[in-house]
Each structure stands twice: as structure tokens, then as C-alpha cells.
Design a protein around this ligand. Sequence first.
Ligand SMILES: [Zn+2]
Length: 198
Amino acid sequence: MKIKWNRSETIALAKESCAHCHGLGLRDSIGRNGSEAPCNCVLRKIFRLCYARFRYCLEKEKHITQARLAVIGGRDRRQVWGRRDEEYIADFTLVSRRYLDDSQYQLFKFHFLLGADWKLCCRRLNMNRGTFFHEVYRIQQKLGRVYRELEPYALFPLDEYFGGTCRKEIAPEALKVLRMPMDDRRRRALRPPVRKVA
Ligand SMILES: [Zn+2]
């Protein structure tokens, strides 16, 4: 992973009161490839933002009724914003599964995917509160980095992932213009099945 981190990005994500980076988001140590290393508070923040978006997409999915889809109509429009959300949900889940080891994934699944609170998780996974939160931190840091550094298509920044096309109010013509590069960077299998010539 050769992605570079810079201060203008990390400063916006860092925790102001962080004892390690003092709100700058970078650590004193230099990373393996000579670039600066992000502070753990930045990585956790990235995780939380991606996770919040994941929850949001799930909620949205739940509330889209058949009737509403019919109203939105128009094959292009619906495909664009519906598909991106579904794709994000799948990417978030699959990427997390791939980069966590089995015991980390157990915790991730119970706590973040199934929503079990710490008490339930501790009982189920047979760990104490301290260990639980320590593990949660480690998972957040690990995944935060993965979401940001993943190649070729990172999950974070979210506005890049969604390519600015998640707003359904966009005029159809504008949508088409925005959509082309986006389709190119996605996997072939996820392309819309229909591409009509105007
Ligand atoms: Zn920090």
C-alpha cells in the first residue's frame, strides 16, 4: 500500500485532544515507505465515518418501498443511487471480512454488524470489558487504514467513493455525465445491465 498521508487530510480527522498527535493526526515516527504515519485517532475516525455511512445505507434500503421506487422511475436514476448504496454495503462487509482475522471478525460481526452491546459481546465471546474495548480499538484502527488505503478503490473518502452521484435530485443529463468515469472504475459485473443508445 503506497498511499501517502498528509497533514491537511489528517488534521481534519484528528481528535483535538489526542495525547499522541495533539490534534495534528500524524505520528512522529515515519512510516515504512518514508511517508508520514497517520495517528490512530485518525484511523478510528475514518472507521467511524465509514461505519456511519454503512448504517445509513442499511436504513435507507429498509425504507425504500416499492411504491417509492416506482415514483422515482426512470431506469438510469434509480440504478445509480440504489446500486451505489448496495455496493457500498457489500464492499464494507466484504473488505472488513477479508482484513480481520477470525476472532476479530467475530467481534466485528456481533458488535458492528449485529449491533450487540459490549455486555452481550463479552458474554458471547467470553472476554472482559477491558479486553473488549481494546479489541474494538484495534479493529477500528486496522479497518480505518484499510478503508483509506485500499487499492485500487478505497472506501474513504466517502465522497470519492460515491462519486458525488448519490443525490437523487440531480438532473438526468448531469447524472449521465458524472456516471461514465464512475462506471469505469467499478467492477465489470456491477455495471448496469442496460445501456441504451440515445
Ligand atoms: Zn491522534
